[in-house]
Design a protein around this ligand. Structure first.
Ligand code: AP5
Ligand code: ZN
Length: 214
């Protein structure tokens, strides 16, 4: 399967992705995770992206299209993939369609994580992540066994620099202005399934499974 996950910050894309990935043997391509890794490693790409990400704005289309083009060639992605956080502009969506057309494939489904903005601040400010694996926790909704510690590795958890109420506001504006049109773009092609992303994580998983098995 070739899937796109679209939704505002904190809507649950990164929470559902590992579950879908394991169930359908897909690779999980999250542009945000890849960019954060580049920032942490201080690569030329990371140095370029850092400031933009901390402001809650989008890095350039060419930059992320390049990352995705590279990543989709990995052997683990040949059975299918989950795109999490990409495409985020109509131009990215058009470029993705072109890339896939060249390979004789296309997207199967776009999952729209629909949720009211008012819920997102609590989700974002309570999030803790294990940076190297991308595992995500929440102080209230998905607490680790030991506060501040990753369940699997025992390593410390951290908070994302853009996970403040102030930067969230800017990320939401960016989402409504630049990414919502991507949902319309795919709706016109009849590819979008709308999910009730405000439900508890397990219920969202069930909704995803319903869509993918239909
Ligand atoms: P990115 O990393 O993609 O951030 P985002 O879109 O803002 O999404 P989040 O990761 O914040 O939300 P999520 O939906 O994954 O939520 P999660 O599942 O973790 O992008 C970061 C930045 O990189 C961008 O601002 C931009 O600068 C740049 N960038 C990335 N891609 C780009 C692109 N294509 N083009 C240009 N620039 C790009 O859940 C959040 C919290 O809620 C967690 O704590 C979780 O435990 C909890 N939670 C999850 N689901 C539930 C639930 N159902 N109920 C209760 N709690 C829940
Ligand atoms: Zn995410």
């Amino acid at each position: 399967k070739r899937l796109i996950l679209i939704g505002p910050p904190g809507s649950g894309k990164g929470t559902q992705s590992p579950i879908i990935k394991d169930e359908y043997c897909l690779c999980h391509l999250a542009t945000g995770d890849m960019l954060r890794a580049a920032v942490a490693a201080k690569t030329p790409l990371g140095i370029k992206a850092k400031e933009t990400m901390e402001k809650g704005e989008l890095v350039s289309d060419d930059l992320v299209v390049g990352i995705i083009d590279e990543a989709m060639k990995k052997p683990s992605c040949q059975k299918g993939f989950i795109l999490d956080g990409f495409p985020r502009t109509v131009s990215q969506a058009e470029k993705l369609d072109e890339m896939l057309a060249k390979q004789g494939t296309k997207i199967d489904k776009v999952l729209d994580f629909a949720i009211n903005d008012s819920i997102l601040e609590e989700r974002i400010t309570g999030r803790w992540i294990h940076a190297s694996s991308g595992r995500t926790y929440h102080t209230k909704f998905a607490p680790p066994k030991v506060p501040g510690i990753d369940d699997v590795t025992g390593e410390p958890l951290m908070q994302r620099k853009d996970d403040t109420a102030a930067v969230l506001k800017s990320r939401l504006e960016t989402f409504h202005r630049q990414t919502e049109p991507v949902i319309d773009y795919y709706s016109k092609k009849g590819m979008v399934a709308k999910l009730p992303a405000e439900k508890p994580p397990k219920e969202v998983t069930v909704e995803v499974q319903k869509v993918l098995s239909s």
